[in-house]
Ligand binder design. Structure first.
Ligand SMILES: Cc1cc2nc3c(=O)[nH]c(=O)nc-3n(C[C@H](O)[C@H](O)[C@H](O)COP(=O)(O)OP(=O)(O)OC[C@H]3O[C@@H](n4cnc5c(N)ncnc54)[C@H](O)[C@@H]3O)c2cc1C
Length: 258
């Protein structure tokens, strides 16, 4: 029998989540609800975040903070890479339901990549505030993606000087993103690049970043930073051929915005 927990504040959500044992978090539910409805998961506790007060976008000086239950659709229209990346997630119906925290925590899909927002947030060098075993902590998204399951509270970043986003568009992927690259030029001129559509979660493209002044060489170097999988929307061969193109496009966009 599953207990349904419906916290009405972030503090209550954190207390109910505890160390996360036997808890399934439900945010927008676009991934987790079908698995529950189909009986593929039967959690001891279902923590429903809808009323936990974790939604919203706030700005303080150069820093933007986005609450975990902010809908993906609310990011559409923000500056690239985040705005363009969000607009590329699924369709309007899913974006209006799916949340930022659920997207970051989507986990690898068996048939198609998920967690598209990871590339934008990685390129933005975002940090994640979370709670779970050991209490609350803030850490780089890159580290958070490798951590055990924790309750994501919010994600924040410093506005870059420029941002860019490019993705492979396929009409027959039912709105899933085959492969995408996000890029930023930070206020100090540092270039950061990241991709999704990989085997596992999104990743920084550090070999490409090191060659950012030469977009063609950077595109080829990016292949050293990633591993691909074959899935229902594309083969790893196709992704190998197209990643260099996306890296080149993003770097060219960043150059043009200088
Ligand atoms: C037709 C279709 C197309 C889609 N296309 C895309 C696409 O193009 N790109 C893409 O990235 N995704 C896509 N998705 C997957 C999904 O809809 C999105 O990733 C969405 O943003 C997930 O958010 P959610 O709030 O609905 O997640 P949920 O289903 O609520 O949760 C997803 C996972 O994250 C965990 N979780 C949720 N919130 C938190 C939190 N705050 N802290 C810790 N764990 C949490 C849940 O326990 C669960 O394991 C698609 C889905 C469908 C059905």
């Amino acid at each position: 029998m599953t207990s349904v927990l419906l916290p009405s504040s972030a503090a209550e959500a954190a207390a109910l989540y505890g160390d996360g044992s036997n808890v399934t978090v439900i945010a927008g539910g676009t991934i987790v609800m079908p698995t529950l409805a189909g009986g593929r998961t039967l959690p001891g506790k279902a923590l429903v975040l809808t009323r936990a007060g974790l939604a919203g976008i706030t700005r303080s000086g150069p820093r933007t903070t986005i609450g975990a239950t902010t809908r993906v659709q609310e990011l559409v229209g923000l500056a690239d890479p985040l705005g363009g990346c969000a607009a590329n997630v699924a369709d309007g119906e899913i974006r209006a339901q799916g949340t930022v925290g659920g997207n970051i925590r989507a986990g690898a899909g068996a048939d198609a990549p998920r967690g598209d927002l990871q590339s934008a947030f990685l390129a933005l060098d975002a940090v994640v505030r979370s709670t779970g075993a050991g209490g609350e902590r803030t850490e780089p998204l890159e580290q958070f993606l490798d951590a055990d399951q924790r309750l994501l509270l919010d994600v924040s970043f410093e506005e870059p000087a420029a941002g860019a986003f490019a993705a492979i568009e396929y009409p027959h992927t039912h709105a899933y993103t085959v492969l995408a690259v996000s890029g930023c030029r930070a206020q100090d001129g540092t270039i950061r690049l990241a991709a999704t559509g990989l085997a596992g979660h999104g990743a920084r493209l550090r070999s490409a970043e090191a060659l950012a002044s030469d977009p063609v060489a950077a595109g080829v170097a990016a292949l050293d930073d990633v591993a691909f999988a074959d899935d229902a929307v594309a083969s790893s061969w196709y992704r190998t051929k197209t990643l260099p193109v996306l890296v080149r496009r993003v770097l060219t966009q960043l150059e043009e915005s200088a």
